[in-house]
Design a protein around this ligand. Sequence first.
Ligand code: PBG
Length: 334
Amino acid sequence: MSFPSQRGRRLRRTPGLRALARETRIVADQLVAPLFVSEGGAASQPIVALPGHARLSPERAVDEAASLAELGIGSVLLFGIPARKDAEGSGGWAEDGPVPRAIRAIKRRTPELVLWADVCLCEYTDHGHCGVVRDGEVDNDATLPLLSRTAVTYARAGADVVAPSDMMDGRVGAIRAALDQAGHERTAIVSYSVKYASAFYGPFREAAGSTPRYGDRRGYQMDGANVREALREARADIEEGADAVIVKPGLPCLDVVRAVREQVLVPVVAYQVSGEYAMLHAAAERGWVDLERAMAETTVALRRAGADLVISYFARRLAELLNEGRLLAREERS
Ligand code: PBG
């Protein structure tokens, strides 16, 4: 059937008709809001390249988490910024480090919020790499016990989810075994299975002070030209015990999100990363794009590509718009 019997515009005429025909939605309880928790310094230190975000003291992070939960956001993802860094990243597994302190306090105040803790050493190492460096290279197998120890520390503090983002081989299996051995068989692993070496992590590295001192991360993060490799990574992580998988960055990887969605049976998470957020903000500041519409469009694109959940620095604003009925809702003002 074609024109004139078929008219695509019939279902686009009014907000009600558009809502009726809408295939994809954004829901607050499947949004994950990243939070940077820092040790020492001011209670809130703005991150220049992430407008609207700041490094928060554990106490301030508790307030922020409570306010995100109030808006209906399902999860927060915690990153730690320690006062001191060393070659091994020992701050990662310090019981009184910023992340375990924040986890304990958020769990007390907002028990319903799902707490994710990013597991990686790059925020904690003085060289900024995601693992232990031996002979100029990140040593995969020597890094696994340190990641496992970090994950167990977060689980003990009360994290619901640990999310390894280091891209070492075998870390999901190692972390699963360590968690189980420590009695944390109920702690979930959401693995950054598909993590490309990307230009879009810049603002995050400013926030975490984790830019590598030398070299780059291409020896462990994935090559952006590959998609079959993404499927191997996702499958391997699931076999090792991952409960859900992350694809990152977001918008440059819509095809990868779709391919992974079609290959796995666990939830798929897309991470719209710091550089994507910064890019939209920068363009909006110049009046070149409308920020609210661009954030809605890019988030729905990730959902449409197949992401069940979206990690986004826009999570707060998206949830506010959802609550006001202004985001892909029947009452949208267009
Ligand atoms: C830690 C980690 C990074 C991000 C998430 N976990 C930084 C990196 O790999 O350089 C990036 C997130 C973002 O850019 O928003 N390894």
